[in-house]
Write a protein that binds this ligand. Sequence first.
Ligand code: ASP
Length: 348
Amino acid sequence: MNLSNSRPKILIVYTGGTIGMIEDPVTRSLRPFDFSHLIDNVPKIQMLDYDIDNIQFDPPIDSSNMSPKHWSDIARAIEENYDQFDGFVVLHGTDTMAFTASALSFMLENLHKPVIITGSQLPIGEVRTDGEENLITALQVAAARDINGDSMVQEVGILFENYLWRGNRSTKMSADNFNAFKSNNYPPLAKIGLGIHFNEDALYRMPNKRPLKVRYNLDANMMFVTLFPGMTQSTLEYVVNTPNIRGIVLKTYGAGNAPQEVWVTDTLRSAIARGVVILNVTQCVNGGVHPSLYATGNSLAEAGVISGYDITGEAAVTKMMYLFGMGLPAESVKKYLNFSLCGEVTIH
Ligand code: ASP
């Protein structure tokens, strides 16, 4: 890891989450506090020889309240400060962190600076907090340079405990463990131990450096439909025919399989004929969709359901929000779902 000669300039965007929470003395539940408290609790930050500035959400929010409007606020903070800073650290609740990381990876087109999202399982004011380490390491990752003096990380990442993961490959895996995130289908971008060891082969590099272009328009008319044995015809018809829905992430079994009953494929086929895009994503934690492996998967492909390969649900839904948000017709959305736009999916 190399640091450039000049002091790294890092902007912290504090959105809320457990990392900045304190206990309400009356109700004893956790509620967000303001950023000055956060910095007061991490005096070690002063030991990093960085220029650090911050922007905070007012009020800071629990990430269960995140919405595309908040993603735009984060993206705007990055866009407005893009030239003045070497990197960005976003402090965020863990609950929807993987959705935010995925959304930002699509919205921040041509990103070539680090956007490192982190948070914690325990509030930063608590003795056993994981927040202090996560924040300090996120700042160091955002400041890291490669041998050419360029930013080591040029994408959206999630830094949590011992790993840096690609944002749009990540999923929250645990509500308890300090190692709360994982990319089940992609190697870590860095391992954090005594040192920060980057896996340079896994880091994303844009083929050409172009100016940052932020896409603020997202179409939130999306839904997840999770198959389960016993799902009735009327339930499937009801959800698939939800008014205004443009995209459905269909969570299927195993390698992308669904019951072969005619009403299943007929219901999906008629939604697709109306212009709804249906993306097949496996319910399995690891691996992806192989539509031609079983007849049960093939019937979905024949009905016009698109393969999501090994994409996460978080990346699948935000990718469709982004593609439809650009005003693309269904046929073009389907085309782009078959491409990796920023490292979110493996397509052989
Ligand atoms: N509910 C919190 C949030 O996502 C949990 C956390 O930060 O870990 O904002």
